[in-house]
Design a protein around this ligand. Structure first.
Ligand code: SAH
Length: 504
């Protein structure tokens, strides 16, 4: 098992500073005993211009089997014979991550006693792992590392046998990554993601694994789009630990966010979801429900009102039947994140023509929002003070007036099912209210009646027999024969047109 870390530099900013960061002198080769064999650290090259540190793990297969930790041992000594002949010791894997954690512990923790100022320096880094077991293949490698700031992520499949290409690829990839990152961030990503890719955690998953995961995931895991998969695989699909880790990640994220643009307990997992691959976070299921409703309404031009960080916009872009997608949010910060997520600036012309992000408040009518097929308000209404809600109702149903409006909101009854939520609390500090199913139906029915829509209700997430689904959705459809599809803000059909609801 082999991994190299290379950086480049100049005489003034020598690449050999890598030695300080790793706490390993570039002039020496060192060996460390680990529980699975010995780890060697050495520098194949070490000049001011270019410095490479190599970590080689020499696994002792006998020790591995004695510890009963190989895949498939399961405590049955005879079956364990396979451990002597399989490929595990020769590929980078969770064992390499363990060695990384041991040998480079200070670097991983962001400590550098000799040169503390180096820790926060972003450096050009190149990571190379010649044989990385990757269940999920190159595609999963991209999904895991692409969002983490690397300029280049290149996983090349390794053929089973080079002489017989028709046999296809092995489960290994040769991975090269390049980018400008802090070394500590790169190491933390590897520490977590190598075992995730390997997907065969060799040691017993104890509760303190959650703490290790959260420590190593600090600063990148909470916001990672695949954090549910990462958490579940890292914790060997242990459901309770996964759930607990995801809830803690979400709470950490909410504490960091400025409140207005964070999602709720979204990444928490439905405990009843029992897919082999990964638990599906509620936020994902909500987007799926929204997409399904938009498709069945035949919507092509869609508004995402209160689009937040643009996750739904991103999903909509993947489906060409959505020809025009407009994300609207009051928060510039959220829109900035959305623009980065969508890579708006680097987007091809054709894609760019399909999408726009607008800043605006939904409490005011806005002529730019008129004439669309559908509008989505996903987890937005509960962020408005109740007295302001009629203004939003008028702006959306009275003025913008799309044929279809989808509204999702938490089902307050479900809150007793969130383990980490103290009784009587709302899911998110910025929620001004959370409704029961009955309250939501009453509100939606009244709004539909006032503006000439019909309303249907769809549960989102697994329905609990007592308290219902975690999220509730209303699908409003403009009543047949209503011809006021195009908005006219002056003659809004609403009876209680709020006067402050005029466009600024
Ligand atoms: N729709 C996203 C985000 C929900 S969070 C999702 O489903 O994940 C709620 C979002 O509504 C935040 O981004 C917040 O900035 C936005 N928001 C709150 N009040 C708003 C208002 N009056 N006008 C426009 N956006 C608003």
């Amino acid at each position: 098992m082999f991994l190299t870390i290379t950086t480049t530099g100049t005489a003034a900013d020598p690449a050999t500073d890598l030695g300080f960061l790793l706490h390993k002198h570039p002039g020496k080769a060192q060996a460390f005993a680990t529980s699975h064999g010995s780890a060697h650290v050495f520098y194949p090259e070490a000049t001011a211009e270019r410095c490479t540190a190599a970590l080689l793990l020499e696994v002792d297969p006998v020790a591995l089997v004695r510890r009963g930790q190989g895949k498939g041992c399961g405590g049955a000594p005879d079956a364990a014979l396979a451990q002597y002949v399989n490929d595990r010791p020769y590929a980078a894997s969770s064992l390499l991550a363990v060695a990384l954690g041991k040998v480079f512990r200070s670097a991983l923790n962001g400590r550098c006693a000799a040169r503390p100022e180096l820790v926060d320096r972003v450096r050009p880094l190149r990571i190379e792992i010649p044989a990385l077991p990757a269940r999920g293949g190159p595609e999963l490698v991209h999904r895991l590392f692409d969002p983490l700031g690397w300029d280049l992520v290149r996983p090349e499949p390794v053929p089973l046998d080079e002489q017989f290409p028709e046999w296809g690829d092995s489960r290994y990839v040769r991975l090269v990554m390049e980018g400008e990152l802090r070394l500590t961030d790169a190491l933390r990503q590897l520490y977590v993601l190598l075992p995730v890719l390997d997907d065969a955690k060799h040691y017993w998953v104890a509760p303190d694994e959650v703490d290790k995961l959260l420590r190593a995931g600090d600063g990148w895991l909470a916001a990672h789009p695949d954090n549910a998969l990462i958490t579940s695989r890292y914790l060997a699909r242990h459901k309770r630990l996964t759930q607990s880790a995801l809830e803690r990640l979400e709470l950490a994220r909410l504490a960091e966010a400025d409140g207005s643009e964070a999602e709720e307990l979204d990444n928490a997992v439905d405990e009843t979801t029992d897919t082999e691959e990964r638990p599906v976070p509620l936020a994902v299921r909500r987007r799926e429900a929204v997409l399904a409703a938009l498709r069945s309404a035949g919507a092509a031009r869609v508004l995402d009102l209160g689009c937040g960080q643009g996750q739904l916009v991103q999903e909509l872009l993947k489906d060409v039947s959505f020809t025009e997608i407009v994300g609207v949010d009051v928060s510039m910060r959220a829109l900035g994140t959305a623009a980065r997520r969508l890579r708006l600036e680097r987007m091809g012309e054709k894609q760019a023509q399909r999408v726009r992000l607008l800043q605006g408040s939904l409490a005011y009518t806005d002529k730019r929002l008129a004439g669309y097929d559908a509008a989505v308000l996903s987890e937005v209404i509960e962020h408005l003070d109740l007295p302001r809600l009629p203004a939003l109702e008028y702006a959306v149903f009275g003025s913008a007036r799309p044929r279809t409006v989808l509204v999702t909101t938490p089902n307050a009854e479900y809150n007793v099912r969130w383990e980490s939520l103290p009784a009587g609390h709302v899911r998110h500090a910025d929620h001004r209210f959370e409704w029961t199913r009955a309250e939501f139906r009453e509100w939606a029915g009244a709004v539909a009646g006032r503006y000439g829509y019909t309303a249907q209700f769809v549960p989102v997430g697994d329905e609990d027999p007592e308290v219902g689904p975690p999220t509730q959705m209303a699908v409003f459809t403009l009543a047949a024969g209503d011809t006021t599809h195009t908005a006219d803000t002056d003659t809004g059909t609403g009876t209680d047109t709020p006067k402050e609801g005029e466009a600024a």
